[in-house]
Design a binder for this molecule. Structure first.
Ligand code: AMP
Length: 283
């Protein structure tokens, strides 16, 4: 496994590759969720490139960029064990050289609602860095998690708009045995907060049961029930509870086709997002 830290060296290495290239973009502090993407990339590609880059431009001024967990040595050991070929771990100046102004942005509700509303500028940072990674690594396929459902859709739209010839694959969310979605940010949770965080998967499960078992069709009923459950946890604060169209991420009134239940909840100072697909019973 080779560790590359400059864009020039990454481009040169890419030029020497023959066959299919799979890219897994990450911010490091790797867990089983990330590794599931690397395994899929390994199974489907001749060359597996994993990027490890804590992207400053996708963090807001009052967010956790400085505190974000970083442990490159551990990440490299895990990636070596998974058979990654290249780890691209550039310093910020490589991606954002002085005078950088090459922003890539997706507009419209897909990027402006939900995370776009609560984290202004976040997706501009994501689409800018991912476009740059796609241009440097030129993967045939790139792997993202459904855990960040809106990000996955925004990245797909960005690649289409920028005419970047890459297939963006979305893989299922990997969870802890008790249902909490794996996330590098879970490391911030105190033991009490870790217990409180279970309201997130429980609210998703409640929504799923309402739609899939009880046959509820009104999105408002699902939203209220999920909100009520989360409000019963004193450490939890809701940013949003949304029942959205899985393609456009526009809010739904009636769940008469598959829908995404998306949650953003703060537990103490830690912001968690998660989602589940709701599949209505056929009439
Ligand atoms: P991050 O390091 O948080 O930027 O995440 C890198 C990639 O891993 C993104 O495509 C995420 O959606 C994905 N990812 C993060 N957590 C999980 C998870 N629990 N299961 C599956 N994929 C995940």
């Amino acid at each position: 496994m080779k560790v590359i830290t400059t864009v020039a060296e990454m481009e040169a290495e890419r030029g020497r590759m023959n066959g299919g290239v799979g890219l897994v973009p990450t911010m490091g502090a790797l867990h089983e969720g990330h590794l599931s993407l690397v395994r899929r990339a390994r199974a489907e590609s001749d060359h597996v490139v994993v990027s490890v880059f804590v992207n400053p431009t996708q963090f807001g001024p009052s967010e956790d960029f400085a505190a974000y967990p970083r442990d490159l040595d551990r990440d490299l050991r895990l990636l070596e064990d998974e058979g990654a070929d290249i780890v691209f771990a550039p310093p910020a100046e490589e991606i954002y050289p002085p005078g950088f102004d090459d922003w890539v942005e997706v507009r419209g509700p897909l990027a402006e609602r939900l995370e776009g509303e609560f984290r202004p500028g976040h997706f501009r940072g994501v689409t800018t860095v991912v476009a740059r990674l796609f241009r440097v690594v030129r993967p045939q396929r790139a792997y993202f998690g459904e855990k960040d459902a809106q990000q996955l859709r925004v990245v797909r739209r960005m690649a289409a708009e920028q005419r970047l010839p890459v297939e963006v694959a979305g893989l299922p969310t990997v969870r802890e045995p008790d249902g909490l979605a794996m996330s590098s940010r879970n490391a911030y949770l105190s033991p009490e907060e870790r217990r409180a965080a279970l309201v997130v998967p429980r609210a998703l499960e409640l929504g799923r049961r309402m739609v899939e078992v009880d046959g509820v069709r009104e999105a408002a009923a699902v939203r209220s029930a999920a909100e009520e459950l989360i409000r019963r946890e004193p450490r939890a604060r809701i940013d949003y509870v949304s029942v959205s169209d899985p393609e456009t991420l526009e809010e739904l009134c009636e769940i008469d086709r598959p829908a995404l239940l998306l949650l953003a909840v703060r537990i103490g100072a830690t912001r968690l997002i998660d989602n589940a697909m709701l599949l209505p019973r056929s009439p």
